[in-house]
Design a protein around this ligand. Structure first.
Ligand code: OOB
Length: 583
């Protein structure tokens, strides 16, 4: 089958190489789950709260949900059966192989059965995150020409069904809205919504349908096809979409499971939203399924909820971002939560730089091994090895997972730096993408002609080949692991009638690592809005809350470089000097 239009395909000789070297083994997500279910149908696969998407449920006791329903506990056989029914239901709706479907679900069982159903029919989930709002979802639907949008139930202050109706009115490609919950469409919606429950009730499982000669070959994706679209953290106006194939992604699951020590007896806790690459696949819930282990979905990463689940489910491994790790460390050290953490063998920390100082506290406080993870949705993932010496574990961000991952550390002129010096990281290898989806112009900048991806990270290599992340040369803020493209927020500020120019930079924060500071130059002669009004304005444009500037500073003019560009370096220094002052 020809590649999906808009996807930069793997050059055939490279694809051949990765197969010959055993990286790509011709597996697909659909076949992987089917095989596990055949091998051990009765083994527990998933534990998930029955309630809605991730939200601040600090007061909701573990084991119950807002609706009072019991937690979902599914075996591999049950998960496979559910995915198969939903797959049949999706097909009956007319959703086809290669169709794109935006999925915005939190840490709930519906996420797992829905994405496996989509994988099975060869439709591509586009993994939106729970905090995304109108501008992001509209952009994903438009970029992917999505035919369906899958949402959960309402959370305080946000009813995704309202948003879905709004988006559907503006995007004619979006034929279906599927709701994991009450599927009543708001008054005035263009089409009736579909309940996931109704899809699940399909009378014939998908595998019974596709096993007819008529369907064979046409309905199961092949391993070299794109399985889904992830979101890039990005540094441009809107997040780019990242195509990942079954072949390459299943390799990352297999290798991650190995490097993270997963066995069938392991229990992985997803404390972060599972739509993100890290809790999805490093090793994440998918790595856990690959290994035949059990995945547990936490409704919230707060210390009491997540650590309560560690104790109750005898969790052996979980992965978090640095701010969450800090909260857990403080909660345990301070005795504010007292759960039995004796089952926990590995705490992964990644997504943003974890300070060596905090890293040193992990083993004595939590009694487990720290594993640092430096990864990216575009591909390359580095792990500290579980058997590395403590100093390597606390002071480096690990090394690539594949023997054939190639790294280059370059100076500003694209010349290699001396070993041990800091420079821009470029990479290529058996699971790093060849290009963003439908983004030719951007790809020309983000990739070199010989296929190296410019990560935008500044790193140095230790003499032993481990990576230390030193900073970034991309115009992005890493707010405790959540990536914010400066340009995206600047564009929202520029839409305000009083704003002449805007520049968004990172300011240091002891807890999140970085927060956002927006510097704004107003138009002459306008009635100056207060900073809080500008923040409210940005929020009102309908975007993820984490992108609303933490601080807005009005200035007369921006500092400039000697070639006349806005000096973000000077603005960062200015932001740092003001970070102490009240917002
Ligand atoms: C993960 O993926 P993304 O796509 O949200 O963000 C990737 C970027 C990296 O380029 C780097 O700038 C930053 O996040 N990053 C780190 C880091 N891990 C990621 N910066 C410093 N130290 C670290 N340990 O964030 C991601 C994907 C898979 C696994 C883990 C994280």
């Amino acid at each position: 089958m020809s590649p999906l239009p808009g996807v930069v395909p793997w050059p055939p000789e490279l694809a051949e190489r990765w197969r010959a070297l055993g990286y790509w083994r011709g597996e697909t997500f659909g076949s992987m789950l089917r095989e596990r279910a055949a091998e051990h149908p009765e083994r527990p696969a998933l534990v998930a709260p029955a309630g809605g998407p991730i939200q601040d449920t600090g007061t909701t006791p573990v084991g119950s949900s807002a609706t009072g329903a019991a937690d979902a506990r599914w075996t591999y056989g049950e998960l496979d059966e559910r995915a198969d029914r939903i797959a049949a239901g999706l097909r009956a709706l007319g959703i086809r192989r290669r169709d794109r479907v935006v999925v915005q679900l939190g840490n709930e069982s519906a996420f797992v059965e829905t994405v496996f159903a989509l994988f099975r029919i060869g439709a591509l989930p586009v993994f939106a995150l729970p905090p995304h709002r109108r501008t992001e979802i509209a952009s994903f639907v438009a970029q992917a020409e999505a035919v369906a949008y899958v949402v959960g139930g309402p959370v305080p202050g946000f009813d995704p069904r309202e948003l879905a109706a709004e988006i559907q009115a503006e995007h004619p490609t979006l034929r279906h809205v599927i709701v994991a919950g009450d599927a009543t469409a708001p008054a005035g919606a263009r089409h009736p919504f579909v309940a996931l429950d109704d899809l699940r009730a399909h009378p014939r499982p998908y595998s019974a349908i596709v096993d007819t000669p008529h369907d064979r070959g046409g309905w199961a994706p092949t391993p070299d096809e794109v399985a889904f679209l992830q979101l890039s953290g990005g540094s441009t106006g809107v997040p780019k979409l990242i195509p990942r194939t079954h072949d390459e992604y299943l390799y990352t699951l297999r290798r991650s499971a190995e490097l993270c020590g997963l066995t069938p007896a392991s229990v992985y806790l997803a404390a972060l939203p599972v739509a993100h690459n890290y809790p999805l696949s490093s090793p994440g819930i998918m790595g856990a399924f690959y290994a035949g282990a059990r995945a547990v979905l936490a409704p919230s990463p707060d210390a009491d909820t997540a650590l309560g689940l560690v104790a109750r489910e005898r969790v052996t491994i979980t992965g978090v971002v640095p701010p969450v790790a800090l909260v857990w460390l403080d909660a345990v050290a301070g005795g504010t939560v007292e759960h039995d953490l004796s089952s926990l063998e590995v705490l992964q920390v990644g997504g943003a730089k974890f300070s060596a100082e905090a890293a040193r506290r992990v083993r004595p406080t939590l009694g487990c091994t720290l594993q640092q993870v430096f990864g990216m949705a575009e591909g390359l993932v580095n792990y500290t090895r579980l058997d590395a010496d403590e100093e390597t574990i606390v002071t480096t961000q690990g090394r690539p997972m594949a023997a054939h991952d190639e790294l280059r550390v370059l100076d500003e002129d694209d010349a290699p730096v001396a070993l041990g010096e800091s420079g821009a990281l470029l990479t290529r290898g058996p699971y790093t993408i060849q290009g963003y989806y439908r983004a030719e112009e951007h790809n020309a900048r983000a990739f070199t002609p010989d296929g190296w991806y410019r990560t935008g990270d500044l790193v140095r290599l230790t003499p032993r080949g481990d990576l230390v992340v030193e900073g970034r040369d991309k115009d992005q803020i890493n707010r405790g692991g959540e990536k914010i493209a400066a340009e995206e927020v600047e564009n929202h500020l520029l839409a305000h009638p009083a704003v002449h120019d805007a520049a968004v930079v990172a300011m240091p924060d002891p807890y999140l690592g970085e927060r956002t500071c927006a510097f704004v130059v107003l138009r002459d002669g306008v009635d100056p809005p207060r900073p809080v009004e500008l923040r409210r304005f940005v929020r009102g444009r309908g975007l993820a809350d984490f992108k609303v500037p933490d601080r807005v500073e009005l200035v007369d003019a921006f500092p400039r470089t000697n070639v006349g560009k806005v000096s973000k370096k000077d603005l960062r220094l200015l932001a740092a000097s003001r970070a102490q002052a009240p917002a």
